[in-house]
Design a protein around this ligand. Structure first.
Ligand code: KIV
Length: 282
């Protein structure tokens, strides 16, 4: 297995070579290690943690402190994949200065390699300033979950010609601003293909069809750990929740009926020491 750290240059070379990129989310140390074991190129510490880890309705409430906490844990486990730290809602929206400061915090305090933020043309100046400050940026366009309510909910984007053209303009503006790659979420597959053809940077799709340069999914969705709702674009590669419930039910039963812990999971004590102890307790 190749154990060297994935770089931005590797990610960009993949598009030139026609090699499809893989990106998954992780929010803690074990999944950071699992990402490396699976050999994915990119690990996203996504603000989707608001929903799949914290049980919130969306991503809006996620804070900088929570992002830094989770990024740190992933960084401890993941040594190979490129680690993306998601900028939470309102950490880059109020001013360019604040955006640079917060992007810097995710890198300096969290330890991620790059940051991701949501928005197109309107955020090109912000992306440009963060990149100029020395922090690589991945853009996120199409369905942008932090502003889903303004977009009419968690719905497919780019339905008509004007909306589709706007997303292509967003992609071009972010490329011109210096973004090293883009996530494109919930757009028609032919539009995903057109976006990937419109820019030279890698376009990683989530619900954007298979003619983009790579794919990302929320890990808890694709392994069946989060089942409150399953978007159309999610493929279930495993269903681990029932296996975990089975294991924990067996643990509960064995504790209740006294079969756990058995001798193989218990520490022994020399007979003589035990007898002595008992005498002293009399
Ligand atoms: O936060 C996240 O997990 C994301 C993915 C949906 C790309 O932004």
């Amino acid at each position: 297995m190749n154990t060297s750290k994935v770089t931005i240059q590797d990610i960009q070379q993949a598009k030139m070579d026609g090699r499809k990129l893989t990106m998954m989310t992780a929010y803690d140390y074990p999944f950071g290690m699992i990402a490396d074991a699976a050999g994915v190129d990119i690990v996203l510490v996504g603000d989707s943690l608001g929903m799949v880890v914290m049980g919130l309705e969306g991503t809006v409430e996620v804070t900088m402190a929570q992002m830094i906490h989770h990024i740190k844990a992933v960084v401890r486990g993941c040594k190979k994949a490129l680690i993306v730290g998601d900028m939470p809602f309102m950490s880059y929206n109020t001013s360019i200065r604040e955006a640079i400061v917060n992007a810097g915090r995710l890198m300096k305090e969290g330890g991620c390699d790059v940051v991701k933020l949501e928005g197109g043309v309107d955020f090109a100046a912000t992306v440009q300033a963060i990149v100029k400050a020395g922090i690589p940026v991945q853009g996120h366009i199409g369905l942008t979950p932090q502003t889903a309510s303004a977009l009419g909910g968690f719905k497919m984007q780019g339905r008509d010609v004007t909306a589709a053209k706007q997303i292509i303009d967003d992609a071009k503006a972010l490329e011109a601003a210096g973004a090293f790659s883009l996530v494109v979420e919930a757009v028609p597959a032919p539009l995903g293909e057109l976006i990937a053809q419109s820019v030279t940077i890698p376009v990683i799709g989530i619900g954007a069809g298979n003619k983009v340069d790579g794919q990302v999914l929320v890990t808890h969705d694709m392994i069946g750990l989060f089942d409150k709702f399953v978007p159309k674009f999610v493929k279930r590669y495993a269903n681990i929740k029932p296996a975990i419930v089975d294991a924990l039910t067996t643990f509960k039963d064995e504790v209740s009926n006294g079969t756990f812990p058995g001798p193989e999971h218990s520490f022994s004590m020399p007979d003589e020491a035990l007898e002595n102890l008992k005498k002293q307790l009399k």
